[in-house]
Design a protein around this ligand. Structure first.
Ligand code: C2E
Ligand code: CA
Ligand code: CA
Ligand code: CA
Length: 279
C-alpha cells in the first residue's frame, strides 16, 4: 500500500532525485564561491554616440572557478534567483562595485559611474536601498557613481514594495535604468511614471538595425518617444560600425557592445580609465 512506507518507491523518480541532488550541490558550490571571493565583476564601457566619451560601465558578474575557468552569469544567476542566493550575490555585487570605485579613486584614476544589475528578488527581499546607502557611506562615494538596471519585466507587476524602493533609490540620487527594453509589455508612459532615467533597448533590436527598414523605424520611434518623455536611450549589443552609425543618425544617446569593447576584468578597465580616451 501507499501509506505503509513501503509503497513510497512508487513515487520515487531517480532522475528527479539526481536533479535535486545536483542542484543542491551546485548551490553548495556557489555558497563556497561567494565565501572564497570567486565571484568577480567584469566591466563593459558605455559610450556617448556623438563624442565617443565613456559615460559609464556596466558591472557583469563572473564566477572565476579554479578548475572550470570563467563561468558566465547565465549559468548561475537564474539558479541563484530561484534558491535565494541572489540576495547575498546582489549585495556582494554592490559592495564590490563601490570598493572598486574607491580603489580607482585612491589611484587617482578618472572615475565614471558603474551600473549594476538588480534582480526583482532583491526588491522583494527588501533593503536594497539601505544596503546601497551603507556602501556609499562606507566608501564615501556620491550616489551619482552608482546606477541601477532593472529589467522591464521585473517592473511589470508594479508591486508596492518595488515602487517604494525605486522611489527610495531615486531619493538617494541613483539613476534608474530599464534593462532589456522592448522584451516586455510596459509602455513608455508607465516607465515615465516610474521616473526611469534611461532606456536600455534590448540587443535583439540592435541586431535588426541595418537588416530591415522595420528595425530602424522601430528604434527611431523609441528614441523620439523616450526623448519627448525626458529619457536617455542606450542601445545594447552594438557589434558593427554600421549599427553604430545608424544609431548615431537616429539620435540614440549611448551605446554598449562588442564593437566598442567586451566586458573586461577591473585591471583592464583601469587601463581604459587611465587613458581616458574617446573610444
Ligand atoms: P544584461 O544585463 O542584458 O547584460 C548584457 C549582456 O550582453 C552581457 O552578458 C554582455 O556581456 C552581453 N553583451 C554585451 N555586448 C554584447 C554584444 O555586442 N553582443 C552580444 N551578443 N552580447 C553582448 P553576460 O555578461 O553574460 O550577462 C548576462 C546576463 O546576466 C545579464 O544580461 C544580466 O541579466 C545577468 N547578470 C550579469 N551580472 C549580473 C549581476 O550582477 N546581477 C544580476 N542580477 N544579474 C546579472
Ligand atoms: Ca544589464
Ligand atoms: Ca540588457
Ligand atoms: Ca538581458
Amino acid at each position: 500500500g501507499k501509506s505503509d512506507g513501503k509503497g513510497q518507491y512508487r513515487f520515487f523518480d531517480p532522475s528527479l532525485y539526481k536533479q535535486i541532488k545536483s542542484r543542491t550541490r551546485l548551490k553548495q558550490h556557489l555558497i563556497e564561491a561567494i565565501e572564497r571571493d570567486q565571484l568577480q565583476l567584469y566591466y563593459q564601457p558605455r559610450v556617448d554616440t556623438q563624442t565617443g566619451q565613456l559615460c559609464s560601465m556596466e558591472a557583469l558578474v563572473r564566477w572565476i572557478h579554479p578548475e572550470q575557468g570563467v563561468i558566465p552569469p547565465l549559468d548561475f544567476i537564474p539558479m541563484a534567483e530561484s534558491n535565494g542566493l541572489i540576495v547575498p550575490i546582489g549585495e556582494l555585487v554592490i559592495a564590490q562595485a563601490c570598493a572598486q570605485l574607491a580603489q580607482w579613486r585612491a589611484q587617482d584614476l578618472p572615475l565614471a559611474p558603474i551600473s549594476v544589475n538588480v534582480s526583482p528578488k532583491q526588491f522583494s527581499h527588501g533593503g536594497i536601498h539601505r544596503h546601497l546607502e551603507a556602501q556609499l557611506t562606507r566608501y564615501q562615494l556620491p550616489a551619482s557613481l552608482i546606477e541601477v538596471e532593472i529589467t522591464e519585466s521585473a517592473m511589470l507587476g508594479e508591486h508596492e514594495s518595488i515602487l517604494a524602493q525605486l522611489a527610495a533609490l531615486r531619493t538617494l540620487g541613483v539613476k534608474l535604468h530599464v534593462d532589456d527594453f522592448g522584451t516586455g509589455y510596459s509602455s513608455l508612459s508607465q516607465l515615465q511614471k516610474l521616473k526611469m532615467d534611461v532606456l536600455k533597448v534590448d540587443k535583439a533590436f540592435t541586431s535588426q538595425l541595418g537588416l530591415s527598414t522595420e528595425g530602424r523605424v522601430f528604434f527611431q520611434a523609441i528614441v523620439s518617444m523616450a526623448h519627448a518623455l525626458g529619457m536617455t536611450v542606450v542601445a545594447e549589443g552594438v557589434e558593427t560600425a554600421g549599427q553604430l552609425s545608424i544609431l548615431r543618425d537616429l539620435g540614440c544617446n549611448e551605446v554598449q557592445g562588442y564593437y566598442i569593447a567586451r566586458p573586461m576584468p577591473a585591471q583592464e578597465m583601469a587601463g581604459m580609465l587611465q587613458q581616458h580616451q574617446a573610444l
